[in-house]
Design a protein around this ligand. Sequence first.
Ligand SMILES: Nc1ncnc2c1ncn2[C@@H]1O[C@H](COP(=O)(O)OP(=O)(O)OP(=O)(O)O)[C@@H](O)[C@H]1O
Length: 739
Amino acid sequence: MTTPNEHMPSTPDDGLPGAAELEAWMQLTGDETATKRLDQGAALVQPDEDNALTGEVIDAPSVPEADAAPRAPRVVVHRGDHEPLTVLPQWAKSPEVFLAAVQRESKFVASWVGHHGLRLPFVYLPKFLVRAGVGLGVCVRDLARWVTDAENKATRAALMASVRGTAEWKTLRKEHADGVRARLGGLAAAGFTSGVAGVTLHTYTGSEGLTAAAVAVGTAAVTAFGVIGTKRVEAPIVEAHEGEVPKLTVDVVSDALLTLGLGSMGEVKAGRAENKVLRIFPTTGGVEIHVDLVPGATTAMVIERKDRLASALRRPLDTVWPENNHKANPGRLNLYIADKALSERRDVEWKLRNKGETNVFEPFPIGEDQRGRQVSVNLMYNNVVVGGLPGMGKTYLLRVLILGAMLDPRTELHIHELKGTGDLLAFKPVAHVCQSGDDPSDFKALRDDLRNVREEVRRRSAFIRSLPRDQVPESKVTDELANRYGIKPLLFVIDESQLAFKDPTYGGEIADLVEDITRLGRALAIQLILATQRPNKDAIPTAISALISIRICLRVGDQTTNDMVLGTSMYRAGHRATDLDPEAKGVALMAGEKADPQLVRGASVDGAASDKIVERSRVIREAKGLLTGMAAGDIPADLDHSTVLDHLLAVWPENDPEWANGKIWSDELAARLAEHKPTLYTGWDAAQVNAAAKRHGVTAKNVKHGTGANNVRKGLVRAEVVKAVGDVIALPDTTTEED
Ligand SMILES: Nc1ncnc2c1ncn2[C@@H]1O[C@H](COP(=O)(O)OP(=O)(O)OP(=O)(O)O)[C@@H](O)[C@H]1O
């Protein structure tokens, strides 16, 4: 026969605490509720009479979760095989973190001392003295009430009324008068004693001693009256500073997490479950907090309620960053509180701005996250969508993505910017195709280019199929295969893709081609980036959207758009590009690179900087013979009919007043061309102009201009250029389609 309560005190192997252990635990922690819980537990496992009689072994009824007694902590097992304990704190290992923490604290202390030091004599002290006056008044009033026994006035009056005209009335009256006299006597005695003490002090220490004592007593009295007065006035003397935030202590963090209503509130209120703050420590640009959330709560729940957490911590939304710790458990919260909001920080410098190449088969940096950690992206085998409201930094982000891919000299760039502002024309010197515009001819050019790339997809997949299986085990173009067989990684960019897909003439075919390329090109080193201001169904058709793996969302206006770019239910899960600060340009959420969406502050590369990087890449590509398409001067007839001759005529009026006879030195022409089309001609000299003209049958001549020693130089004759242009136009159109 088994009676569970008999075994309660000593069940060493059941994994639950015995009564003795619980008792000891209770004493250790002072947790009185443990006894109650022990009793409740015992009551719950009282033997059932009937069962006891039949001698059946019965399971103890399960204790309701809310009433379960806490387990006494026995042995804490460390998952040493997974994550070793840190020996030194981060600030001790990183001078950067240490200095930042010291700087942060000293800056705060200095500003605090300055702020309050200035206000102490001019604001706080006068306020305190006024309150001391209030305190004095309160004390005098209370003293008078004490002396006259005002507290009991009503009772006394009632009593005396009831005995009016009797001897008792006289006795009561006398008692009251005696009491008042005695209290007045006490006061007089206290005054007298003070006087005697003053005289004594004066006798022994002279007037200086008396003055010092009077000052000390006066100060103490003013302080005491001030404190009393302050208690009567609700407004604090030191007004809270608007920028002040509560210091991140264990209590502040626990209280803030409590407001999120995680886990069972019953358990939390009863003190049986808590958000356990494990560590609070300074880190780069802020403070890091590790928390084990209440049992059953997950970090995802905190991310979802990020706005409430920021409110509870009294901090701007974009300084509060809850994250998962995948190495620990879903309830381990890594909370980063940044010192500065994203919009207040310096621009992010691009690591590859001044030097370096990339390998497009590996990740390359595009910016930083909220903690200043580098954020990289791996374009290979991925397609990308970039979406966001106008003016939030889409072009900048797109530019960095293209620049990163471009710095692998093998990458063939096909860039179609359909807004027509020429934002991406800077890539022309290195791009196979680079065009800007929203005319029907631009959409046709896009369609034609997509057709070519679709053809390339077919060619590559046939080639891959023809290779022995052991060379392409994953049926993919790898870095090694690309090098061995000269297969170029290809990046196809469509900026303002919504315009292409909704074009009545070409939109349908463009969508089909993009879908094919997105689906099949990925493994064949053909990547696609779509960028749009309004990422709805028109901007990116659903069939294409489903094939996109990297999703970058700058600030957007609503939940639907947020989920269109980042993926279904991202908004509900707390990944909200709607909450990004409109002042923080180039800040986006990026899904697809890591398990959770991450924040990225795109590197700031403006037009001028990007021109220099493009130039760097062009030099490398030229040296390696990797310039193709437009960059090599092979401008497809269907994309751009103009040649260097057209450009020459554009900068060379028929009757140039400074240059008679229709002849100009080539170095003058080089300067004019660079001004007219900087992306194509910046840095050109006379020899390059002559060589380019020669390809079209125009040979440089000796041209005399002005007087002096060096007045004869190589130059061109306008009439020859005009004739050659006529010849070029007469060439047959290579376009096969009539659209
Ligand atoms: N990563 C960044 N760092 C610093 N400033 C940036 C960044 N990205 C954008 N900006 C600033 O924001 C401005 C607008 O950026 P951008 O031109 O990329 O916006 P956009 O989204 O492309 O706008 P639109 O769609 O109207 O062309 C830039 O001129 C620049 O001043």
